[in-house]
Design a protein around this ligand. Structure first.
Ligand SMILES: Nc1ncnc2c1ncn2[C@@H]1O[C@H](COP(=O)(O)OP(=O)(O)OP(=O)(O)O)[C@@H](O)[C@H]1O
Length: 444
């Protein structure tokens, strides 16, 4: 009795045969289907551990099958086989839910690695890291579900969100819940590597390949082999490095500095940025083709102020951690301190909350943190409401105009009074900006 079973869908007998032989040697029992119809019949009557499907079938395409499996058998990992160099189809199929793809001509070594990953991923793990992602609001619950589901996929994911809102923690959770959890997780801040060392940091170098290369060195790609490479602040990569990264992702191979031979790689790429990459592309700072490759799946980490209902559970988790680190009793916050925290906009998100609480923890007397211990920066007066504000119709209009004026002035200053750019910063049309400037008496 074979340990695992595979569904192989292809109308080309040669490929069907190659896949069948390889998987049978890996101790799979294989069922072969030459059309979508046959594949669906097999799915209805058997339980599989993996499905490999070609793209072109007489009665439909592989993406239709991926979608069918997503709906009817969401736990079954499915990989598609694409024509050589057909990036669009590979990306489309991963967006539809395929966990990975193989391009023709089929490389047996890659096929075996893909199958092994799929089998490991059929039992996603709950880990400490996933518990560390604290939050019970709807948006966090949904995010955790997405992470759980995406963990087994090999698709590149782009994680966006403001500074300190948990992008790296999300990347770690994806890694640790997926089939690569026993492999390394290598995180790198792309903005922090000196430009001239970047290629060698990424791909390694051979001794003597440049002045100062006194010995062979492995790069981040080699260090992450079998695991995950997390490219933080990916928008900060210089353009020449973006070209090299794109090539490494596309070819799944790298060439260390000073060598001719290519090395195959088996890593999952996760990236993050707090910048708007579309804007960076528009400004010529980021390559569209690289964006397309790293952003197969997009996850957004919400700002803390947009899930402020999570503040209390986060605070409690952070204080638990502090008590453990400092081997002290757990500290509590006064209701007033909590009220102030909830009103604070947290531009530095969870990291700022952690820092604020750690500082307060060391400053406070006894086991209680009071409002004063928090030392929160004053909230921008224009947007705070105090009891003394008269919110009858006129006062509200006046207040809104003040806010509008402040934002417009800031945008104009930032763009050196270039109205077209200022309008873009504000997310409004040029005509709308002109209208507002006139209305506010700022058009001179
Ligand atoms: N949901 C969360 N639950 C618990 N801790 C969190 C959460 N989100 C963030 N943190 C904590 O906040 C700090 C910042 O998180 P992280 O480094 O993941 O943010 P980031 O978005 O990657 O930041 P940056 O953009 O500055 O690199 C870390 O100490 C992390 O553990």
């Amino acid at each position: 009795m074979k340990k695992n079973s595979a569904l192989i869908v292809d109308d080309e007998p040669d490929i069907l045969e190659l896949l069948n032989i390889t998987l049978t040697r890996m101790d799979f029992g294989c069922i072969l289907a030459a059309s979508l119809k046959e594949a669906k019949q097999a799915l209805a009557s058997h339980k599989f551990d993996i499905c490999l499907t070609d793209m072109r079938m007489p009665d439909g395409n592989g993406i239709d099958l991926v979608k069918h499996i997503q709906n009817e058998h969401p736990d079954l990992p499915v990989a598609v086989i694409t024509a050589h160099g057909n990036v669009d189809i590979a990306i489309e199929s991963m967006k539809a839910g395929a966990f990975d793809f193989l391009s023709k001509p089929i490389d047996i070594e890659r096929l075996r690695a893909l199958v092994k990953t799929a089998i490991k991923s059929s039992s996603p793990k709950e880990t400490l890291e996933s518990e560390l992602l604290v939050g019970t609001t709807d948006v966090m619950r949904k995010l955790k579900q997405q992470i759980h589901k995406l963990a087994r996929s090999q698709a590149p994911i782009l994680i966006t969100g403001e500074s300190g809102c948990g992008k790296e923690l999300i990347a770690r959770s994806i890694h640790s819940q997926g089939p690569r959890s026993e492999g390394p997780f290598i995180a790198i801040n792309c903005g922090a590597i000196p430009r001239e060392l970047m290629e060698s940091e990424f791909f390694g170098h051979k001794k003597g390949s440049f002045t100062g290369a006194n010995s062979d060195k492995i790069g981040l790609f080699q260090a992450a082999e079998g695991g995950t490479l997390f490219l933080d602040e990916v928008a900060d990569l210089p353009l020449d490095m973006q070209v090299k990264l794109l090539r490494a992702i596309q070819e799944k191979a790298i060439r260390p500095v000073g060598t001719q031979a290519e090395q195959k790689t088996n890593i999952r790429i996760l990236s993050a940025t707090h910048k708007n990459l579309q804007n960076e592309i528009g400004a010529g700072n980021f390559r569209q083709d690289l964006y397309y490759r790293i952003n197969v799946i997009h996850l957004h980490a919400p700002a803390l102020r947009d899930r402020i209902e999570d503040l209390e559970v986060l605070t409690s988790a952070i204080l638990d951690k502090l008590a453990l680190t400092y081997e002290s009793e757990k500290i509590a916050l006064t209701p007033e301190a909590i009220r102030h925290l909830k009103r604070y906009p947290f531009p530095g998100n969870v990291r700022e909350l952690e820092n604020t609480l750690e500082r307060a923890f060391t400053l406070c007397e006894g086991n209680t943190i009071r409002h004063d211990d928090l030392q929160l920066a004053p909230i921008q007066p224009e947007i705070s409401c105090t009891q003394s504000d008269e919110l009858n119709g006129q006062a509200l209009d006046k207040k809104l105009e003040d806010i509008e004026r402040a934002f417009i002035t800031k945008a104009l200053e930032e763009t050196r009074w270039n109205r077209t750019e200022a309008a873009q910063h504000l997310g409004i049309s040029f005509r709308s900006l002109r209208y507002r400037l006139k209305k506010l008496g700022m058009d001179e």
